[in-house]
Design a protein around this ligand. Structure first.
Ligand SMILES: [Zn+2]
Length: 91
């Protein structure tokens, strides 16, 4: 396998989509090729970032933020705003 083939196959390799034979070829190549090792690390970093980004909204507790925001609005009311709260995004 040449570097181009290995690097093209790395996204599938990381997600477990490639076949056993292809995985072995990629692994063999990665053992000896520093350029492709770095490519793999870059992809692993991207995948981690993507997972953290996807997991983010579900794990955030907005309650303290809402309370703090509400307190802030009482201390520094927005000028020109009529009584009543603006529409809030539904959860
Ligand atoms: Zn390579």
């Amino acid at each position: 396998m040449i570097c181009e083939q290995v690097q093209a196959g790395i996204p599938d390799f990381l997600r477990g989509y490639s076949t056993g034979q292809r995985n072995r070829e990629i692994e063999n190549h990665l053992e000896t090729c520093r350029a492709c090792q770095e490519w793999l690390l870059t992809w692993e970093g991207l995948c981690r970032l993507g997972q953290e980004y996807l997991a983010w909204p579900a794990t955030v507790d907005w309650e303290p933020f809402d309370v703090a925001l509400e307190a802030e609005r009482h201390i520094h009311p927005l000028g020109g705003e009529k009584a009543g709260n603006p529409p809030r995004p539904s959860a």
